[in-house]
Structure formats: structure tokens, C-alpha cells
Design a protein around this ligand. Sequence first.
Ligand SMILES: [Mg+2]
Length: 406
Amino acid sequence: MFAARSTWLSYASAVMKVTEVKTFLVGGAWRNWLIVKLETDEGISGVGEATLEGKGATVEAAVRELARYITGQDPSSIEKHFQEMYRRAFYAGGEVLNSAISGVETALWDIKGKALGVPVYELLGGRTRDRIKLYANGWYTQGMSPEEFADAARRTVALGFKGLKFNPWGRRPGIDFYRLENSVLDAGAESVAAIRDAVGPDIDLFIDCNGIFQTTGNAIRAAKSVEQFNIGFFEEPVPHENLDEMAYVRSKVDIPIATGERLFTTFAFQQLLSRQAADIVQPDMSHCGGMLPAHKIAAIADSHYSAFTPHNPNGEVSYAAAVQMAACVPNFFALEHFPPEQWRFDVCRNDMTLEDGWLEIPDRPGLGVEFNEEAAAEHPYQPVDLYELHRPGSNISPPEFTDRIR
Ligand SMILES: [Mg+2]
């Protein structure tokens, strides 16, 4: 397993140095991926992803400022570098700085895995499973009537997915985030009923409210209206800032509560879980601080009998990091999967075997991806904001699923 012995010896004796930090903004279908590449004097390079939807150029500037610290450092001391970038930066926290740190930290793990000739999950305790259950998101862009939802659900399950996530209220004409009309509430519940009827009892259904309910009482009303349809989790019923209100929703609702894509580092998740506010935590591998912070977040969740299912809407490097976590984290639950851009594997090769809606865990060293700088340049940065993503009339959407999952 540790075949790359000469590399290992130079790595372990701290000869290796980071020589350059490169950033690549890649224009994806509905957000720009921000890929961070660290090069070393040993010829081994590593990639991480610092994608922050709608704020890619901002985070790119933050990565360039982190480059002043990480250039010239021994890449093996990952915990030390995280602490220096996070704690010693004085201004710790926030989505911009933590996304930038996540990109650099993940690239350090990719270098370490490649230097040792093992997947990152071997360095974080090894496998706890051999395959990962996927669930689909972004599959229901064609319309919001019960019939349109049901048709899209049937098509998506026919691809092999065993789980579907959706927001039955967001983008619905007439929705007001402070005043939930009975007609809007009922139309959402009718769509959930139609989906459950279309796919049968064995498919997982997950509802993501995307934090659109900005009064706690309406979030509880919404959850109560769909409890009868055996929903696996109810995500971000209220926005992420007030954890006590999230906890109150959980205390009132008979559906597991999921949240965390807009929370960062161990501190926020400790506060979330100590309030008993979530059954399932969803850190984003591009935002939460990186792979070791994600592993620690999973451990905190495990100590509160909560599951771990990373938010996974970004590029292929972030996807690969999530798969490494899914491989080694004991309380991993299921992995989110959006329709891929048709060109994404030209930019970042990430071969995986899919069978019956389950992904087999790869065994390539590091993250197991091959990032192609030239192919990335063919998909330049596109200015895009996410202000309208979950509002009626939004023109921001992922691509549609074709005839394959990946
Ligand atoms: Mg979400």
C-alpha cells in the first residue's frame, strides 16, 4: 500500500515544499467552480475546491492571500496549516475565508495521498463501507404541477436513483417568504403526494426548504402538511442564522431535520448539535474548512446520534472530497447528486462505477481526480448571482439529466 517509498521518505522528512498556488474559475452551468491547485518541488500537485456559489471571484482573491502563507511550507502538516490559516488569521470564520481555506486544505490532502500512494480515506481511518447511496437533486426543473413533478420523479427513478430531493414550495408562483398562503402551502403538499404516489413507498423522499420560510411558524406548518408522506428529512426549514429557531422546528415536527450547508467549521456544528437542532448535518466540502474539519464535524454529529451527508452541488473536486468522506465516516448517510455538465469530466476526470443507484468507492491515490488546466480554460468564469435561485421566475438552473447519472 505504501509503495511510493522514496516519495514517502522525502515527504516524511519534510523535504517537500509548496512552490506555487494556482486558482481556476471554471464556468459551470449555474455557478463557477473555484479550483485551487498546489504545486510542490517534488513534482506532486494537489487540487482542492473553494467554490462559493455567486461569490467565486471574491474567494479567489482570498485564496491568493492565503498563498502568501502556504507557499514554501511543508505540505504534510495539514492540521498545523489549517490552524494557521483559520485561527492565526485573527478574522476566523465566514463563508469567504472558510471556502478559501477548504480549497487549500483539501489540496494538501490530495498531495499527501498521492505522496503515500493511498486514497485520502486511508489516512482518515480507512473504509467503513464499500459503496455510497446517491440521491438526486435538480431533477424537477420542468414545472411545479403535481403531474410535472410526478413525471420528472418517474424519469429520475428510472435512471437508477433510490432517493429524490426537492423543494415543493420554492419558485412556486405567489409564494411570499413571510406570508405562506393556504393555496401555496396546499399546492406544495399536493405535489409531494403526487411524487410519493408516482415512485412508490421504497424511494427516499427528502424535502429541501432552502431556508425560504422566514417565519418559524410557517416552516412548522409546511412540515406538518407533508409529514404523512414518509419524508426522510426536512432541510433548512428556516434560515441558518438562528439555531434556537431550528431547534424549535425540530421539537415540533415528526420529520428528521437536516441543515448545515451554510455553517462552517466545528464550532458552528457544535452549537447546532448541542441545541438538538438537527438529525442530519450537511457541511459543504468547499465551505466547511476542508476534509479534516469535515471529519471532526461528522464525529461531533455522531456523538449526538446525528448523521452526516455532505451538501454536494459543486464541481468534481468537491464531489471527490465528499466521496472520500463517505468512505471513512461511520455516520455517513447518503450523497447528493446533481445533473452533471456534459463536459465536466474533460475538466476533471473522476472515474467511478455506479450500480443500481449506488456508487462504488474508488481506490486511486489522493482524491483520485485528474484536473486538466487546458480543458478548464475552455469554460471561462461567468458572472452569476444566486439571489433569485429559489424565487419564482428564476432562470438559474442546473442542466437536465440525460440518460445517465454521471
Ligand atoms: Mg440545501
